[in-house]
Design a protein around this ligand. Structure first.
Ligand SMILES: NC(=O)c1ccc[n+]([C@@H]2O[C@H](COP(=O)([O-])OP(=O)(O)OC[C@H]3O[C@@H](n4cnc5c(N)ncnc54)[C@H](OP(=O)(O)O)[C@@H]3O)[C@@H](O)[C@H]2O)c1
Length: 416
């Protein structure tokens, strides 16, 4: 029988509580010994029993442990903690996508240099298996595209909004259920999903960590009306992050989309994450599962501990071969169809003005919907366009904002 893996946890919040509950179950106690916890304060939701608590999380590195589990979140202190642990010859397991995105290149190289392992399954989609699958199981494949709903909180909120529940209520529920990040702004504004797709791009396409600048947009502007219009055409709204090999460039983006309700990603609701992967040998396939929450994240963390206990002296996962400067394809050059929501003055000639702006920018209209009335003499006009370049749509938005009769304009890209 293998000796027990000796483990120290840093951070004593939501995810650490879930991990503690699982590690103290008899089945896991046979394989792992929880030696200590680094926590700057007590956790009102969890009694650590006999496990030693260190108020200085860096003291955990000095204990007789094989693996440090970093669960503090954030980038600066987490980077120092992980670097120091790797330099001290400890393996590290982390659920922290922000630190892996910002410093993954440096930290992975440090692990290799020190002949230890840095594992991060729970950093993308919590327990839904994707990291070790991309790095190990798909080794024979060339991955050409990954499209993912990678943020459980935004999918939870959007699914609730689709059922008629207000955005603020849904966000509070996501926080109460422990799905939201320590800073929920990172969920809502698309950054968390952007970090995750950046990490997946590094594993699948060997791109840099951090990636160069790419388009990141959140769900803040999505309203109940958008769902109503989408529903008329059997569409729904999701937050999607995409990476794709495009010649010698890499497409990377993280933003809301309109998507067919019956598509494999469009049908996933609640806290579920879904990732569609296209490869040369396997073709297209989908993985879906819970992408946030303490149980799901504990599942991902323990899968890394199991991999370490089986392979600590060999290779539990394969790391990316980072390219020096992976070029990100310009977002303006990408092609989309668009849903355009305009609030215009209810007066003669405005529809003609709207049509003229589309025509001036060589944008052909697929459908146009005008029905409800708004207060203050305004009406909404909804336009679905044919496939055009992002740069054409940006020019049209500039033209709309210059017209006094057009009060606001918003777009959502349509993912086919
Ligand atoms: N929540 C999820 O569903 C989920 C899913 C996958 C991955 N993750 C990742 O898991 C990590 C932890 O998330 P969480 O939801 O458990 O967050 P959390 O509930 O806010 O817990 C964070 C813990 O770290 C401690 N901490 C933060 N900064 C520290 C510092 N500088 N020094 C010492 N202690 C510090 C906090 O202590 P104080 O209470 O004293 O601030 C708290 O105990 C994050 O990287 C997150 O992205 C979360």
């Amino acid at each position: 029988m293998n000796p027990k893996l000796r483990v120290g946890i840093c951070g004593w919040g939501n995810v650490a509580t879930g991990l503690f509950e699982q590690l103290t179950k008899p089945s896991n106690e046979q394989a792992f010994e929880l030696v200590c916890i680094g926590a700057r304060r007590d956790n009102p939701n969890c009694d650590p029993g006999d496990v030693t608590i260190h108020r200085d999380i860096f003291e955990v590195i000095e204990q007789d442990i094989d693996v440090l589990i970093e669960l503090i979140g954030g980038t600066d202190t987490a980077r120092d903690l992980i670097s120091n642990a790797l330099n001290a010859g400890k393996h590290v397991v982390t659920a922290n996508k922000a630190v892996m995105y910002e410093h993954g290149n440096e930290l992975i190289n440090l692990a290799i240099k020190n002949n230890v392992h840095l594992m991060f399954e729970a950093a993308v989609c919590a327990g839904t298996p994707i990291i070790k699958m991309l790095s190990n199981d798909l080794g024979a494949n060339q991955v050409t595209k990954i499209s993912g709903m990678l943020n459980g909180t935004t999918n939870y909120i959007l699914s609730k909004m689709e059922q008629g529940i207000a955005y603020e209520v849904a966000l509070e529920e996501a926080k109460e259920k422990g799905y939201a990040e320590p800073d929920p702004c990172l969920d809502i504004n698309g950054t968390d999903a952007a970090h995750k797709i950046g990490i997946l791009a590094s594993l699948a396409l060997n791109s840099d960590l951090p990636a160069g600048n790419f388009h990141i947009e959140g769900i803040e502007k999505i309203t109940a009306e958008d769902f109503n219009y989408a529903d008329e055409f059997n569409l729904t709204i999701k937050h999607l992050a995409v990476t794709k090999q495009a010649g010698d460039e890499i497409e990377l983006r993280s933003h809301p989309v309109l998507i067919d309700k019956n598509s494999s990603l469009g049908g996933l609701s609640g806290v579920r994450n879904g990732i569609q992967i296209d490869t040369d040998l396997l073709g297209e396939f989908l993985i879906a599962g819970s992408g946030a929450g303490r149980e799901s994240t504990a599942s991902g963390l323990i899968s890394d501990l199991i991999a370490l206990s089986k392979h600590a002296s060999s290779t539990p996962m394969h790391y990316p071969h980072f390219k020096d400067m992976s070029k990100i394809k310009s977002f303006e050059s990408l092609d989309f169809s668009y849903y355009v929501y305009l609030e215009v003055q209810d007066q003669a000639g405005v529809l003609a003005l709207v049509s003229q702006i589309f025509s001036d920018n060589e944008i052909s209209i697929d459908k146009i919907v005008q029905k409800d009335h708004l207060p203050d003499g305004k009406v909404p006009v909804v336009v679905f366009t044919d496939l055009i370049k992002e740069s054409q749509m940006q020019k049209a938005l500039e033209n709309f904002s210059a017209q006094s009769e057009i009060h606001s304009a918003k777009i959502i890209r349509i993912e086919t």
